[in-house]
Design a protein around this ligand. Structure first.
Ligand code: HEM
Length: 155
């Protein structure tokens, strides 16, 4: 029976990762560059906060599902002590997003970015794009290393 649960957890894990990292990819490569190009500084902040606010809920939900299914699989595999580096990378990426979405954003990041964007809009949106590009890159690396590692590329 356990292997059915494991397979279901793995499928759910990948489903959540697809929706989550796909969304991060869209925000990074389409949404932010388009907003920077087409919107006046006064409109930029409003539009970005509206659109990314909507994605925020989806990101929180998919982060929770990814974490729950990931830790469940580790538990079934009894792999805590023998985790490969690509699982460490997955957990690292998950931890960064979890901290940003559930702790930093509500505590100070949202307010801080709002203030920065009002002070120097051009600069704030440039750094917003840089930060999203870094987050997207390590996320894609985790997807690549995860699938490649699990299926034997590194040994
Ligand atoms: C708490 C965080 C996470 C934990 C504990 C975790 C754990 C796991 C485990 C145990 C597996 C199955 C390994 C195996 O069958 O040998 C797995 C698969 C996978 N994980 Fe994660 N993961 C986490 C977060 C992430 C993140 C953030 C990503 C991507 C950005 C990711 C992408 C994947 C992918 C694509 C697979 C499927 C690979 C395949 O079946 O070919 N995981 N994860």
């Amino acid at each position: 029976m356990e292997h059915y649960y494991f397979a279901a957890a793995r499928a759910l894990h990948v489903l959540a990762v697809v929706l989550w990292i796909g969304g991060v990819g869209f925000v990074t490569t389409v949404l932010i560059p388009s907003i920077r190009k087409t919107q006046s500084p006064e409109n930029r902040l409003d539009l970005f906060e509206l659109l990314e606010g909507k994605f925020g809920f989806q990101a929180k939900l998919t982060t929770l599902i990814t974490g729950a299914t990931g830790f469940y699989m580790l538990h079934i595999m009894k792999a805590w002590a023998t985790m490969q580096w690509w699982i460490h990378l997955m957990i690292f990426v998950w931890l960064i997003f979890t901290l940003v979405l559930f702790v930093f954003e509500p505590l100070f990041l949202h307010k801080w970015f709002h203030q920065q964007a009002e002070k120097n809009n051009q600069r704030a949106f440039y750094y917003l794009q840089v930060m999203h590009t870094i987050l997207l890159s390590i996320s894609l690396l985790a997807v690549f290393a995860g699938v490649a590692g699990i299926h034997g590329l590194f040994y």
